[in-house]
Design a protein around this ligand. Structure first.
Ligand code: E4P
Length: 218
């Protein structure tokens, strides 16, 4: 399973990259706003800065909602760097735009996916990635992981090449459960990734090893 980090924070992206386990980055307009990135030029420079840190796919989301503008915006984003993936919302014009980008060899990430039907459409349109938002489904008492299972089954039935990018991952158990189901990618916060490191028996075991070593090497 590929690990993407879901942030526009350069320090966190660097930290995950330094760990040697990072395969890519996802951003969205809310994450960019959280870092105070505004204005076309700053946004473009920020995407370039992210691409300089990570050797992997970087999702950059269009903010247009009509077909023509999405194409214009997406093509400009794709021109920024070879690793840019154009992130397009699951709306009617978005599906058409994904088909256009796919035919042109531009990678896409179909975002804001909350149902198996939407995921099926994204795959039919040729999306590189589909992003089901599991955390936001959990937030409204709907099982987000069940959606990942459903999409896995459907894509495997027909050998769709679209990669399932489990998004809106909120914690470490989400990461493990996505891996059990067979999501191709997960994107989550740095805390969810670092949580995988933790086990109290690792900490107490290491403490004992170091103490025993120190006793005979004083
Ligand atoms: C997906 O690519 C989105 O950026 C993201 O995962 C949304 O997560 P949230 O529901 O925690 O905002």
């Amino acid at each position: 399973m590929k690990f993407f980090i879901d942030t526009a924070n350069l320090d966190q992206i660097r930290e995950a990259q330094d760990l040697g386990i990072l395969d890519g980055v996802t951003t969205n307009p809310s994450l960019m706003a959280k870092e105070g990135i505004s204005g076309d030029e700053n946004v473009i420079n920020h995407y370039k800065a992210i691409c300089d840190i990570v050797d992997g796919d970087v999702s950059a989301e269009v903010i247009s909602t009509d077909y023509e503008s999405m194409i214009k915006e997406g093509e400009a984003l794709a021109d920024l760097h070879e690793n840019i993936v154009v992130k397009v919302p699951m709306i009617k014009d978005g599906v058409k735009a994904i088909r256009y980008f796919s035919d042109k060899g531009i990678k896409t990430n179909c975002t804001l996916v909350f149902s198996a039907g939407q995921a099926l459409l994204a795959a039919k349109a040729g999306a590189t990635y589909v992003s089901p938002f599991i955390g936001r489904l959990d937030d409204i008492s709907t099982n987000g992981l069940q959606l990942i299972e459903q999409i896995r089954l459907i894509y495997d039935n027909y050998d769709f090449r679209t990669e399932i990018l489990a998004a809106s991952v909120r914690h470490t158990m989400h990461v493990i459960e996505c891996a059990e189901i067979g999501a191709d990618v997960m994107t989550g916060p740095l805390s969810a990734i670092l949580g995988l490191l933790k086990h109290p028996l690792t900490d107490s075991g290491l403490e004992k090893f170091l103490a025993d070593h120190a006793k005979v090497n004083a």
